[in-house]
Design a protein around this ligand. Sequence first.
Ligand code: ADP
Ligand code: MG
Length: 579
Amino acid sequence: MLTPRSRKFLSYYRPYIGRLTINLIGALLGSITLLLIPLCVRYITKNLLGDINPQTPIQIYQMGGLMLALVVFHVVGIYVVSYFGHLMGGMMERDMRAELFAHLQKLSFSFYDRQKTGQLMARITNDSFAMSELYHHGPEDLLISLVNFLGAFVILLKINSGLAAIAFLFLPIMAIYAIYFNRKMRQAMRLSKERIADINVQVEDSLAGIRVVQAYTNEAAERTKFEYENGRFLDSRKFEYRSEAAFFEGMIFFTQLMPIAVIVFGGISITRGRLDLPDLLTFLLYIGILIEPIKRFSNFTRLYQEGTTGFERFMEILELMPQVQDSADAKPLAQIKGEIEFHNVDFQYDIGNDHVLKDLSLQIEAGEFVAFVGESGVGKTTLCSLIPRFYDVNKGQITIDGRNTLAITLGSLRQHVGIVQQDAYLFSGTVAENIEYGKMGASRDEIITAAKQAHAHDFIIALPQGYDTDIGQRGVKLSGGQKQRLSIARVFLKDPQILILDEATSALDNASEQAVQASIERLSRNRTTLVIAHRLSTIQKADRIVVLEKGRIAEEGTHQDLLSRDGVYARLYQMQVRL
Ligand code: ADP
Ligand code: MG
């Protein structure tokens, strides 16, 4: 009966069946007690006041005590629902979020090439919240509205079926009205959220580019664009307020209309002797209770829609298989020498796109220092990112020490590869924490040694709190060269056998480049090193230079070899020398 997704949806209740039961018992207690109070009132007004005797005051006090007890039980029940129930929802939300985060960590580069981080963050926060609200409020809203509705229905029907019919005539109308305007309200809210996001995008764009805007004196044009978005936001607000007003005032209209109808028709019934005053009073009290299930039910339809949409999106991600993952027979590789070989490798990022690499074969000795050269976009970065399997090849294979990388567990493969890129990613935190990222749990001594090897120690101890200095988000408080040396220290600490330097110094000025270059030279000692360099002057000492062109190797050899061959490399080199 159940689809796999709905089974999955329900499976999150499994660890909390106990809590769910307590929550539902609380909901039941809260709704039944509420139903009993008007019956007590009826008993007092009809039975006790209808037959006044010396015992009556005591009996009235007793009924008062009973009602007080009912109110206390009601409050306890609702307390359980709103505290334990919410907590259960929160726990389920935590579980789902943890599962989503763990899954996101497994997804491959190709997934992140297509995703916007902001949207993923929204999924982790907003969608989980919407789901948790449904998980928690869904069952209790349904239960409470069902019990209140059916209870009141049965009781009123017993007291006076004609008047009950009139009162219940209102309910479907009210329910339809509530659901309709609830949906309108939700659409309006979503629209305003989108529009405010548009404003944010506009503001960010204009202000981030304020220097350009002012340099071109295009303030007026920017203002016009902004006013357009600003106006559209107001329109959506108008829609939102209108539907909100219609919903709430409509509900008030109906809640006022029901007692009026009951009093009028009930009053007439009394004149005809078909109803008495206590019963009319009872009716009026139940009318008050009936509003509750309607509100809860229209709330439930909202939660249901938002929660299931959130769940669909949640499952869309959870059902994505990581493109790169361990094969069943993958084995860890403890020690390697660092020999790398590409065997007739084809690679394309997306099916249908051009091949970035085509039938590429290349052998790299252990400990060799190989430089890759070629025009921007020729595939140098791509070639290197295939080694740690950030992407998988489409054809051919890559071996390390003669073993297919597909047969090595990802964890151990990546353990052997260190990468320094142009824009080192630093996490918010301290200098020491950022270096430690290369080897979690490294001691302070190891961190300092790595920093010294990366020629970073001196600038680090000059920072206000030395190794414990907070470097700000993404390392904003450091210069480019300093950030790069931290990322090199990280790799020293990791101590991989294979090293990839992808334009590691390209973004730096001359002075920082010198400093970083010195630490890079030290880092590449005794490791297989693949270097991608923008400035050819930095790779003249390479054991071998590989020139890429159109996804293939155009030429390879030492700097001198290639110069004397007077081919692609010689041309590139001449061009740079002349600059
Ligand atoms: P290089 O490092 O030599 O400048 P790249 O390896 O970065 O070149 O890119 C090679 C080609 O692959 C380019 O045409 C580029 O547009 C494309 N490319 C690079 N990264 C991606 C990606 N993540 N998704 C799709 N195409 C990409
Ligand atoms: Mg590149």
